[in-house]
Design a protein around this ligand. Structure first.
Ligand code: ZN
Length: 308
């Protein structure tokens, strides 16, 4: 099987996971988790977002977390989601060095909510790019629902191309394809990944899968076979909708890392440390988590426990 030797995992639980929770850990608890992720070996961590605190109160302390974490080890990248130039300003003010913009690939959704096409939204990000560049802040972009959306079904490839081209035009070439609605399936993931890699060689890619319908792991495999090597994941599978008990959210970091470990693909992240952090956050938010490995343990540990 054609697979990479090394894969990067971005831990997004502090943002994508916690933003869906009702009980939110304190800023100090979030900081302890963040330090734990750095200690576990993560090189990329999504810390929070600079959305309006009224809109996403769970992320209101993102600025404070960046201020308090201070210097991080060389090569560790902490990023935050931003909606606009106000987000870039907050990043400048709190010492955040990497920001990410997002646009929905659903034309209908964009037109209905923002009264503009996805490409027009991305063209509007030019000010953010200029401001970020002037202040030494790296900037990336995400496309949510490039595979399918709840409103329009399968997303046409030409629509995804148009958004990618709009991102490249404003000077953003690190692009994340985010299956936020958990509708992607492996053959489609393979085809789209292969298509964008071949067509836009100047771009670099992240993949972000939700396990809403149980296909996230298969989608990661399909993306790896198409040459992708960077994936988001959330500790404990945090990110499920809190109003739908048992609804799966992000693909769980420990499930991904355990699988890659067993496949001999290097991630640089210590899965046992991630599992310990998942147990800790489960206590903090007061409910169980959606992670197979957390329930079943690593397959590696089965033999050891039998001989005890
Ligand atoms: Zn997500």
């Amino acid at each position: 099987m054609n697979l990479p030797e090394k894969v990067s995992i971005c831990e997004v639980g502090l943002r994508d996971g916690l933003q869906n929770e009702k009980v939110i850990p304190s800023t100090d608890d979030k900081l302890a988790l963040l330090r734990g992720f750095i200690d576990a070996g993560y090189k990329v961590i999504e810390v929070g977002s600079f959305m309006h605190p009224k809109k996403v109160p769970q992320m209101a302390d993102t600025d404070e977390i960046f201020k308090k974490i201070g210097e991080v080890p060389e090569g560790v990248e902490l990023r935050a989601l931003i909606p606009n130039t106000r987000g870039v300003q907050r990043a400048i003010d709190c010492g955040c060095k990497k920001v990410k913009l997002n646009v929905s690939a659903s034309r209908m959704h964009n037109l209905k909510n923002l009264n503009r096409t996805p490409e027009e939204s991305v063209a509007g990000f030019a000010d953010c790019v200029k401001m970020a560049n002037e202040n030494n802040i790296a900037i990336s972009g995400s496309i949510s629902m490039p595979f399918a959306s709840p409103w329009e079904g399968r997303t046409p490839v030409e629509d995804v191309d148009a958004i990618i081209e709009a991102y490249l035009k404003v000077g953003i070439n690190e692009i994340s394809l985010s299956d936020a609605s958990g509708q992607a399936v492996p053959n489609q993931v393979y085809d789209l990944c292969k298509h964008v890699r071949d067509k836009y060689t100047e771009a670099s890619w992240w993949l972000h899968f939700h396990n809403t319908r149980g296909a996230a792991m298969a989608n990661i495999l399909a993306a790896m076979q198409a040459g992708m090597t960077r994936f988001d994941a959330s500790f404990g599978g945090l990110g499920g909708c809190p109003f739908v008990p048992g609804a799966a959210g992000n693909i769980s970091s420990e499930d991904v890392i355990n699988m890659l470990d067993e496949m001999g693909i290097e991630t640089g992240v210590d899965v046992l440390k991630v599992m310990a952090l998942s147990r800790k956050v489960s206590e903090l938010i007061g409910h169980g988590l959606d992670s197979y490995v957390l329930r079943a343990g690593r397959s590696k540990d089965l033999i050891a426990s039998q001989s005890e």
